[in-house]
Design a protein around this ligand. Structure first.
Ligand SMILES: Nc1ncnc2c1ncn2[C@@H]1O[C@H](COP(=O)(O)OP(=O)(O)OP(=O)(O)O)[C@@H](O)[C@H]1O
Ligand SMILES: [Mg+2]
Length: 343
C-alpha cells in the first residue's frame, strides 16, 4: 500500500519552553514506524503536521491510507486537525476519529462521559478564571493539571497540593502558563497502571503495565510527572521507575482493571489503539485518569510497545496490526456506502 505517516517531529529549539516538544515524536520513533511499514512491503512518505500547503500535498499524493500519529498544530482540537482534513478529503486513516481525538484531549469532558457510564474517575473541578470557589466536596490532597495537555506537561511534584492556598497558587500559575482551563482532582494514592487496547480484527486488552516509583526517591518526584516521562531512565536524576508487565495484581483485580479500560475505550469511541491511565486506590478501585488515543510508539521507551511485547508481539507486527485494522474498517465503510468522496 501507499502510506503517508503523519506526525510531529521533535526539534531542538532553545527559544521554546523546555516542555514545548514533549508531545512530539522523536526521529527514532518515526524511523521505527517507517521501517516497520516498509518491512511489511508498504511504501511510506512522511508528512509533518503544520507544514505549509498540507491539503494540496494530500491531494497530490497517491495515498491508500494515512498512518496518523500527529499531535496537530495548535489549540484545543489540535489532535483532530489532520483527521478532519482527511475526513474532508475522503482519505482513510489509522486510529481514532476526529471526534474521539478532540474529546480525549479534553480531560474534564472525557471524565463527564466516564461518569455518565459509571466508570470510576477521581472527583474533580474545572477552574477557568482561577478565583472560583473551591468545591467543598473535594478532599485533599488534590492534583492540579492543565486540562488540555499530554505527556504530563505542567505536572510535577508541586502540583499535588495539601492546602487551599497552594491550590489557588498552582491553578493561577497553570492558567497563566498554559492559557487554558485547569483541572483539579482528588489525588489517588495507590498503584500507577496503564492499559493498552489493540484492535487487530478482534479487541485485545494487553497485559497491564504497572509503573512503580518507589525507586525514584532521589528525584523528588513520586508519580508519572513531566520530568519522570521526559528523562525516564536517567539514573543521575533518580528518574528510574520500575516497570512490571503484567502488573503485580491478583487475577480478579486484573480483570476489573482491564474491564474499566475497555469500557473507557468504548465510551470515548476509540479505534484501533488506546492507552488508559489508571490509579488503583488502596481499596482496589481502578480510577481512570484519562485515555490516550495516540499513545507513544517509541519501540524502546513507550508504555504501549512494552505491553505489546509482554503479549508476545513484535514491534513490526504491532504497527501492521494498527494499519490493517484501520484498512479493514475503511473497506467496510466503502462496502456499506458510508464513505463519500468529494470531487
Ligand atoms: N488524580 C490523580 N491521582 C494520582 N495521580 C495522578 C492523578 N492525576 C494525574 N496523576 C499522575 O500524573 C500523571 C500524569 O497525569 P495525566 O495522565 O492526567 O497527564 P497527561 O499529561 O495526559 O499524561 P500522558 O499524556 O503523558 O499520559 C499520571 O500518570 C499520574 O502519575
Ligand atoms: Mg497520562
Amino acid at each position: 500500500m501507499n502510506i503517508v505517516l503523519t506526525c510531529n517531529l521533535k526539534k531542538e529549539d532553545d527559544s521554546k519552553p523546555p516542555d514545548y516538544f514533549s508531545e512530539f515524536d522523536s526521529q527514532e520513533t518515526i524511523n521505527a514506524i517507517t521501517s516497520a511499514l516498509r518491512s511489511k512491503g508498504h511504501s511510506v512518505e512522511v508528512i509533518e503536521a503544520g507544514q505549509p500547503n498540507i491539503v494540496s500535498h494530500f491531494k497530490k499524493s497517491r495515498i491508500d491510507i494515512v498512518f496518523n500519529i500527529a499531535e496537530g498544530k495548535s489549540g484545543k482540537f489540535r489532535e483532530s486537525e489532520i483527521p478532519a482534513i482527511l475526513d474532508y478529503l475522503g482519505i482513510p486513516y489509522t486510529g481514532s476519529s476526529t471526534f474521539s481525538l478532540a474529546l480525549a484531549l479534553n480531560k474534564a469532558m472525557t471524565k463527564k462521559i466516564l461518569m455518565a457510564d459509571n466508570i470510576p474517575t477521581p472527583y474533580f473541578q474545572v477552574f477557568t478564571k482561577g478565583n472560583e470557589p473551591l468545591d467543598a466536596q473535594l478532599k485533599f490532597p488534590l492534583i492540579v493539571k492543565p486540562n488540555l495537555e499530554g505527556s504530563a506537561k505542567g505536572i510535577n511534584c508541586s502540583n499535588v497540593v495539601y492546602t487551599a492556598e497552594s491550590l489557588f497558587n498552582k491553578v493561577s500559575e497553570l492558567i497563566r502558563t498554559y492559557k487554558q482551563e485547569v483541572l483539579v482532582e482528588e489525588f489517588i494514592k495507590g498503584k500507577e497502571l496503564t492499559v493498552g487496547i489493540l484492535e487487530n480484527g478482534k479487541t485485545t486488552v494487553l497485559p497491564i503495565l504497572e509503573i512503580d516509583f518507589s525507586t525514584c526517591a532521589k528525584s523528588g518526584e513520586f508519580f508519572y510527572s513531566w520530568r519522570m516521562k521526559e528523562y525516564q531512565g536517567d539514573g543521575s536524576q533518580g528518574l528510574t521507575p520500575t516497570f512490571y508487565c503484567p502488573a503485580r495484581l491478583d487475577e480478579d483485580t486484573q480483570n476489573a482493571v482491564k474491564e474499566v479500560a475497555l469500557r473507557t475505550h468504548r465510551a470515548v469511541g476509540c479505534l484501533d489503539i488506546s492507552r488508559t491511565d489508571i490509579r488503583l486506590s488502596k481499596d482496589n478501585v481502578p480510577y481512570v485518569l484519562e485515555i490516550n488515543p495516540l499513545p507513544g510508539l517509541n519501540p524502546k521507551e513507550s508504555n504501549f510497545p512494552i505491553m505489546a511485547y509482554a503479549a508476545g508481539m513484535k514491534y513490526d507486527d504491532l504497527i501492521e496490526a494498527i494499519l490493517m485494522n484501520a484498512w479493514q474498517r475503511s473497506n467496510e465503510a466503502q462496502t456499506y456506502g458510508a464513505k463519500r468522496t468529494l470531487e
